[in-house]
Design a protein around this ligand. Structure first.
Ligand SMILES: *[C@@H]1O[C@H](CO)[C@@H](O)[C@H](O)[C@H]1NC(C)=O
Ligand SMILES: *[C@@H]1O[C@H](CO)[C@@H](O)[C@H](O)[C@H]1NC(C)=O
Ligand SMILES: *[C@@H]1O[C@H](CO)[C@@H](O)[C@H](O)[C@H]1NC(C)=O
Ligand SMILES: *[C@@H]1O[C@H](CO)[C@@H](O)[C@H](O)[C@H]1NC(C)=O
Length: 441
């Protein structure tokens, strides 16, 4: 916030041209505007050193499906794997494990309670998977599972949103100490929970791959799709479980590089480059991040757990700076609303790259050391239009009466809120890994 430039004019003009070119443009433009206003860093980010990787072409080539034990839904380990992605939101009296005052690490713009959001119904819903039960988050079990380990969140502001949800839920059991903080706007931080010596950290890396975020006056980002962002990757040796969560930054105009060549761009009319959209490059970014993570950990003989949180849709219904931009106060019914085409593509990129990485880890005999899972939350997120800060991204927006212009955040999630469920599912994923290891997988 606090940026002097009003970006609307430029962005909305851009959207007019944009609309003619791509069907997803209209859908994409609102979060761009929001991100542009709220989350841009005015400080140039240092470019990480270019690192050459020794290519191992076999590592991510998923050939025909192998009959692999760990892929069985009801595997030979007797671990019935629940499909947490399918289900519905049901009313729940229990409510969240924390609130806006009991947890001190909630980012201001997501602390809806302390910003005066009047309705509280959005706090009383529980996700019910179709064929199994999702337990209430158990902070002690989570900390026990990660005893003496380091869990890192890597990605954009949605990664941070999920991290802060987790910190609050864990804090309800045992308080953490912040022991590392670096970067503008707390972009790199690490906490420790002394009760179990668990470290939890956040790494800002909105593309996962090496990228140059556009700065004031520039039109586009530059992404290097075959090279990971060393701001997180150079710490892999210290990380036991990593959560990747990216998406919205891929909607921005960008030029894409791979090796020595330019692949093309997304919305760069002035540059005479081929428009290639962002679905394919988004997928490549996951592939590079997963491949590099697995290669480096395996090369050092270490185990790693990797979780990819899938794309979380926004719920703008109207102009982002008008009252009522995301006015819903209850979840959608499952049949009420299908997933948008862009959300679907973004989700697929994440889940399918996870499947490919899993398969290659098995084929190369790394299974057991390498665990990979998709936190496939796109649909359950889409069903929660009521979960965003909306105007309560700012404190008491209607204090002086109804406002004609009011900024809305219909992208991130109020804390406490719907995103707490992502971490409940994450705990179940980790329990599944543990059960598989016990079973010999
Ligand atoms: C993710 O979950 C949804 C249900 O929420 C399911 O329909 C879909 O097949 C899953 N996987 C992929 C690749 O999208
Ligand atoms: C928040 O939680 C704390 C600790 O559980 C409790 O004492 C306090 O009353 C709660 N505040 C609100 C506004 O619910
Ligand atoms: C605490 O956890 C870290 C890993 O995050 C580990 O390197 C260290 O040895 C642990 N300390 C103790 C006392 O076990
Ligand atoms: C744009 O690129 C094409 C193909 O590389 C080239 O033939 C053309 O001359 C370029 N146009 C301009 C205006 O540079």
């Amino acid at each position: 916030m606090g940026t002097a430039v009003n970006p609307f004019a430029e962005k909305l003009l851009l959207s007019v041209k944009f609309k003619k070119l791509f069907p997803y443009a209209l859908y994409a433009i609102l979060p761009i505007v929001l991100l542009r206003v709220c989350f841009y860093s005015s400080t140039p980010l240092s470019q990480p050193p270019a690192v050459q990787f020794h290519e191992n072409p076999s590592i991510l080539i998923a050939s025909s499906i192998s009959s692999s034990p760990s892929h069985n839904e009801d595997g030979e380990y007797g671990v019935a794997q629940c499909d947490y992605a399918n289900g519905k939101w049901v009313p729940d009296d229990l409510g969240p494990l924390y609130n806006g005052t009991s947890c001190s690490t909630i980012k201001d713009g997501q602390n809806c309670m302390s910003h005066g959001r009047p309705d509280i119904g959005y706090l009383y819903w529980r996700w019910e998977p179709r064929k199994c039960k999702l337990g209430r988050f158990d902070p002690e079990a989570f900390l026990t599972f990660l005893r003496n380990k380091h869990l890192a969140f890597v990605g954009d502001s949605m990664a941070r949103n999920q991290l802060e949800s987790l910190l609050c839920m864990l804090s309800s059991f045992s308080p953490p100490t912040l022991f590392y903080s670096n970067g503008n706007d707390n972009k790199f931080r690490r906490w420790n929970f002394p009760s179990h010596n668990v470290s939890v950290s956040i790494y800002w890396s909105p593309f996962l791959v090496k990228g140059v975020e556009k700065q004031e006056g520039q039109n586009h980002n530059q992404l290097y799709l075959d090279v990971v962002d060393e701001r997180w990757a150079s710490d892999l040796g210290l990380i036991d479980v990593v959560v990747f969560s990216i998406g919205h930054w891929y909607l921005h105009p960008a030029v894409y590089f791979e090796g020595d060549s330019i692949l093309g761009c997304h919305h760069c009319p002035a540059l005479n480059l081929t428009e290639i959209g962002f679905y394919g490059v988004f997928r490549k970014a996951f592939r590079t991040a997963l491949k590099t993570t697995i290669q480096r950990k395996v090369a050092n003989g270490n185990a790693i757990g990797v979780i990819v949180t899938t794309f979380s849709p926004h719920h703008f219904e109207g102009e982002w700076d008008k009252a009522g931009a995301c006015p819903k106060t209850a979840p959608f019914d499952e049949s009420e609303k299908p997933l948008g085409a862009m959300d679907e593509e973004m989700r697929k990129a994440g889940v399918e790259e996870v499947e490919a990485a899993k398969l290659s880890a098995e084929q190369l005999g790394h299974w057991g050391k390498v665990r990979v899972a998709a936190l496939n939350v796109t649909k359950l997120a889409m069903l929660r239009p009521d979960g965003h800060p909306g105007p309560y991204m700012n404190p008491f927006p209607f204090e002086s009466g109804a406002q004609h212009r009011v900024q809305n955040d219909c992208v991130h999630w109020c804390l406490p809120g719907a995103i707490d469920t992502w971490n409940e599912i994450m705990l179940e994923i980790m329990k599944g890994w543990q059960a598989q290891s016990r079973g010999g997988g």
